[in-house]
Design a protein around this ligand. Structure first.
Ligand code: SF4
Length: 199
């Protein structure tokens, strides 16, 4: 059975899709079979909302105050289930909702989905990964040619509409690239989180 919910470092995460519009060189999906206490993160068939709801109803959330969309795919590729799930978790459990995303969702859906996200998402972490379009294309290998400017525009929109928004990079980037990423974040008034690279 595939884990829809799993825990990792005292956080509870939702795995709702294996779809993704990137093919990052560093993606955990190509190096590890699972994350945290999950036993299987690959779906034979993507779960529908009823299956996600059953997994939530069966889970003990008493030690958690936040519900994080992450998993083995880009959560916004399953937008309808993401929105329904976030609303359900907020209404029934009162947890804060965080979305970890590659920030290409407006390209993927060919419209601005921020207003829909802003109704149910309390915080959003957007993977920046690189300081230039050229480097971004090389490291994330997205389906889209104009991914990097779209990501930056998405981050600016998110910063205005979602209470806590951040861009994120990992600490393995060279110092000059980290500085350049910091500049991009500062120009947009958005916090840059420099995460430790998890091997
Ligand atoms: S965006 Fe996330 S899930 Fe998709 S390939 Fe990159 S690291 Fe993996």
């Amino acid at each position: 059975m595939t884990d829809i919910l799993y825990t990792y470092k005292n956080q509870v995460y939702a795995n709702i899709t294996n779809r993704c519009d990137c093919s990052c060189t560093f993606c955990v999906r190509s190096t590890k079979d699972t994350v945290g206490d999950a036993t299987n993160m690959w779906f034979d068939k993507e779960p529908d909302f009823e299956e996600i709801k059953r997994a939530i109803d069966a889970f003990d959330f008493s030690s958690y105050d936040e519900f994080v969309f992450c998993g083995y795919g880009e959560p916004t590729c399953a937008l309808e289930n993401l929105l329904k799930t976030a609303q359900y978790v907020k209404e029934t459990l009162g947890l804060k909702i965080r979305l970890n995303t590659n920030g290409l969702c407006n390209l993927y859906h060919n419209r601005n989905i921020i207003p829909e996200l802003a109704k149910v998402i309390d915080s959003i972490s957007i993977s920046l990964n690189a300081p230039t379009a050229e480097k971004y294309q090389a490291v994330t290998r997205p389906q889209f040619e104009n991914a990097f400017p779209a990501l930056l525009e998405f981050a600016s929109l998110a910063q205005k509409a979602i209470p806590h928004a951040q861009l994120s990079i990992v600490d393995v980037l060279p110092p000059d690239e980290i500085d350049a990423c910091q500049k991009l974040a500062d120009e947009r008034g958005i916090y840059l989180k420099i995460r430790k690279f998890a091997k």
